[in-house]
Ligand binder design. Structure first.
Ligand code: AMP
Ligand code: GLY
Length: 435
């Protein structure tokens, strides 16, 4: 890689996570050129510290593997960074590697940790990783017998990728049986639901963990907490995530060490033993139960919106970290985190996670840009002439950091108050569980 002359990086994806990745990569003196495919109105404007240029968007969808490969073959980025789960599940990493193009993210075999919940569940059981009691079924009758044994209190999960919608948390037998039928009989999630994982219902506080991996080493991040429900007090439908903060105060250093020893280490050794080369982020969703932390699921990528709170706190050069992940040299790296708290409040389009309008003009962004320790990460936005308009369900991740959580929240919500668009809604209680 031409490290001396700087590096050229392509980021794949278009959400708040990808804007945060672009923003952080743009701060690296190593990065001379930066593209985002397809990106959003935020990724297009980030100034590059390493060259005076700005990041640029490419009109290529994140799932258009042939077009991405074609572009990368011609423009030879030194690294391609994959944001979302879909291209990973489709095997973009294997495809790029076959063509000699350096790429960061798990290959298709490793990405099964997210692309197949059954694969993850069996892996956890083989390697003694604490998780919910569970069963894996293709037969509805057997699934319902298991539901009955759990008295209906369970999570019914489509095995495959289902746009974050394939998990139905149930409290009663009839409800859980309907969930089983919707997947195995009515095929509400298509082939993704032809196999289901049923887990016992776990009670507790949920936290997100991330670890950066290079195939041998796994470096654990601090904690973050997502807010998946649409409305305050965890009411309303599940969303992709309405806000996040980091660190989450529910785990002390000793408990984090226990998680490293009981979850991350057995996972890492299990991958090595089974010949799974895991290069990228592993993101376990954890329930802190009275019987200790248990893994609900694995994701094979950065969390969205967790990334928007991690990267402002990360003191390392992200380009260096991702290059070390690809070259297998993370054993020489120490992650450094600022001792700040960070809060990200998602502003969403009215109606999300159901149907919503697009093309609403967003105002107030220039005022917020003048504030220190505040950054608005764009998610569903687009540029229309000289305006920035809404272009998705989650529109903006208004993010702020400060010495403590209360101050970071105040900064974030002050910024939110300055921004308007038709139908905008957001949760007012991001981070409040930690206060
Ligand atoms: P997942 O995509 O597997 O993380 O599931 C989505 C959400 O469903 C999680 O964030 C939890 O809030 C909830 N959930 C998943 N599995 C369980 C479980 N076994 N017990 C209780 N809640 C769960
Ligand atoms: N924060 C939820 C997710 O990234 O899946």
């Amino acid at each position: 890689m031409g490290l001396d002359g700087g590096v050229k990086i392509l980021v794949i994806g278009s959400g708040g996570r990808e804007h945060a990745l672009v923003w952080k990569l743009a701060q690296s003196p190593l990065v001379k050129q930066l593209w985002c495919a397809p990106g959003n109105a935020g990724t297009a404007d980030e100034p590059l510290r390493g060259s005076g240029d700005t990041a640029r968007n490419l009109k290529i969808a994140a799932e258009d593997l042939p077009a991405l490969l074609d572009w990368a073959g011609k423009n030879r980025p030194d690294l391609t960074v994959v944001g979302p789960d879909n291209p990973l599940g489709m095997g973009i990493v294997d495809l790029f590697q076959k063509h000699g193009l350096p790429i960061w993210g798990p290959n298709q075999q490793a990405a099964q940790f997210e692309a197949s919940k059954g694969f993850s569940q069996e892996f956890m059981e083989r390697h003694g990783i604490p998780t919910a009691r569970s069963g894996i079924f293709t037969d509805a009758r057997a699934a319902k017998d298991f539901v009955a044994s759990l008295h209906g209190r369970c999570a019914v999960k489509a095995d495959g990728l289902a746009l974050g919608k394939g998990v139905l948390v149930c409290q009663e037998v009839a409800e859980a049986n309907r969930a089983v039928d919707s997947m195995l009989q009515a095929r509400a999630f298509g082939a993704a639901g032809d196999k289901v994982v049923i887990q016992e219902f776990l009670e507790g506080t949920e936290v997100s963990l991330h670890a950066l991996c290079d195939g041998r080493t796994a470096l654990l991040f601090p904690t973050a907490q997502d807010h998946k429900r649409a409305f305050d007090q965890d009411q309303g439908p599940n969303t992709g995530g309405m806000g996040t903060y980091s660190p989450a105060p529910f785990l002390d250093a000793a408990q984090m060490a226990e998680i490293q020893a009981r979850i991350i280490e057995p996972w890492r050794r299990g991958c090595l033993a089974e010949g799974i080369h895991y290069q990228g982020i592993i993101y376990p969703g954890i329930m802190l139960t009275p019987a200790g932390p248990k893994v609900l699921e694995f994701n094979a990528r950065f969390g969205d919106p967790e990334t928007q709170c991690y990267l402002p706190r990360l003191e390392n050069d992200l380009a260096e970290l991702l290059l070390a992940s690809v070259s297998g040299t993370l054993d020489r790296v120490q992650l450094r985190w600022s001792p700040t708290s960070c809060v990200c409040v998602v502003m969403a389009s009215g109606g999300y996670p159901g149907g919503y309008a697009k093309g609403k003009t967003i105002t107030g962004l220039p005022e917020v840009a003048k504030r220190v320790n505040v950054k608005v990460f764009h998610a569903g936005t687009a540029r229309e002439d000289d305006k920035i308009v809404t272009n998705g369900g989650r529109v903006l991740g208004v993010t702020a950091w400060a010495a403590d959580l209360a101050s970071a929240r105040q900064l974030a919500y002050e910024a939110v108050e300055l921004i308007t668009f038709d139908g905008a809604y957001y949760r007012r209680d991001i981070g409040s569980k930690a206060l």
